[in-house]
Design a protein around this ligand. Structure first.
Ligand SMILES: C[S@@+](CC[C@H](N)C(=O)[O-])C[C@H]1O[C@@H](n2cnc3c(N)ncnc32)[C@H](O)[C@@H]1O
Length: 379
């Protein structure tokens, strides 16, 4: 059953619209990720959607402009990594190299820096740009341990970072299928060499499981209606088709007052659904869980783990992981003597997550939802 494979479960609130409580993050600090759709913030959003008139025959568009990917919270991330010459670092989401190249230049030629990305085109773009002490690895970061072990690397004494989500290049390239504004094939795989495409998922999945994905990963209250309409319009082959179906469903479902009150008026209606499907296709939360475990286990004492998230599901996972790794005893509170023998593995450096400053948010809208958390491996 797909719900198991994608790690989702039925949410009672789907399309009842009554409650999204079980996906709400009752965080100490949810002021920033309330709009958890920042991977799509760079997409042109207009309330003037031409959903019926999308030309689905237009095929793959070329990239409309060459906006560079601007690294988010760069200085803060580097500061938390506590960069030092001669040490080993891993950027598990190399992307356009924004963080990676700075780690390499700030630590100098005596350091070794591994840059991982599951997107081969990101790795290929970086080849030729990086200095000799940077080693690029085409891999999912969930395989960080296996891939580094293959290279004879068993511990990382400097730090490991990840800047989650999609890059601007992935969003901008219509043929990758991430964008609801650029018509292209429904792919959405960050690693195009393996895994199921969004097209395959959408055209084969059970309607109920699809509603679950859209509800859980997109926090979309009209998930059930959207899933029903998607299933009715199968086969779906392009992002334009999907985007038009979702926009039509929401146009019928969302009252103008609801859109205004929930800040939806300026968002493209397909934003949440696209995010949800992308997360499911790439199994993003499952990969993140494995990455966190393996990254922590590879760090030498004093090494830092630094993670930048862009939506509340990711951030909650990172927060809970850090808390659990920092805990020293998990015995029941009334038990007089500790029998669990759990040792704290990590010191949390960011009691609350760091967020981007107003200037950065103005310059780069993607930074609006960023949360940065870090911990230091203990002896
Ligand atoms: C937000 S971008 C990183 C941008 C980079 N920090 C920069 O400043 O240029 C995220 C990158 O992580 C990659 N990525 C996402 N999930 C991944 C995973 N599970 N394993 C490896 N790379 C992943 C994506 O392909 C994308 O290139």
């Amino acid at each position: 059953m797909r719900a198991k494979r994608t790690g989702v479960r039925h949410g009672d609130g789907v399309d009842g619209g009554e409650s999204l409580d079980d996906v709400d993050d009752s965080d100490d600090d949810d002021s920033v990720q309330t709009d958890n759709l920042s991977d799509y913030d760079n997409e042109d959003s207009s309330s003037d959607f031409h959903v019926e008139t999308i030309d689905l025959s237009s095929g793959i568009e070329s990239r409309p402009d060459n906006r560079p990917h601007i690294p988010v919270m760069l200085e803060e991330t580097l500061g938390l990594l506590n960069l030092q010459p001669g040490k080993t670092y891993v950027d598990a989401t190399a992307g356009a190299g924004g963080h990676l190249l700075r780690i390499a230049s700030d630590t100098g030629s005596t350091s070794t820096v591994y840059g991982i990305d599951r997107d081969l085109s990101a790795i290929e773009r970086l080849q030729g740009l990086v200095p000799d002490n940077v080693k690029l690895i085409h891999s999912n970061y969930s395989e960080i341990r296996e891939k580094l072990n293959e290279l004879g690397v068993h511990t990382i004494d400097g730090g490991i970072m990840a800047d989650l989500g999609v890059s601007s290049m992935q969003l901008d390239e219509a043929h990758r299928g991430f964008s609801f504004m650029r018509n292209g094939p429904l792919d959405m795989r960050m690693d195009q060499s393996r895994g199921e495409t969004a097209e395959n998922l959408l055209n084969t999945i059970d309607e109920r499981d699809l509603a679950d994905i859209i509800f859980r990963y997109g926090e979309e209250r009209f998930a059930r209606r959207i899933a029903r309409d998607i299933v009715q319009h199968r086969p779906i082959k392009t992002t334009g088709q999907l985007s038009a179906i979702v926009a039509n469903t929401l146009r019928k479902s969302q009252k103008p007052k609801y859109k205004r009150d929930h800040g939806e008026a300026s968002k493209h209606p397909a934003t949440r659904t696209f995010q949800a499907i992308r997360i499911a296709v790439n199994q993003e939360l499952q990969c993140l869980e494995k990455f966190l475990e393996d990254a922590l286990s590879m760090l030498a004492p004093g090494g830092r783990l630094v993670v930048l998230t862009f939506h509340s599901l990711e951030d909650r996972l990172v927060k809970q992981f850090l808390r659990s790794a920092a805990m020293s005893c998990v015995c029941p509170p009334r038990q007089p003597l500790c029998t669990c023998n759990k040792k704290s593995q990590l010191l949390i450096i960011t009691r609350k997550p760091l967020v981007a400053g107003a200037e950065e948010v103005l310059a780069n809208v993607r930074s609006r939802s960023a949360k940065l958390r870090a911990g230091q491996k203990l002896d």
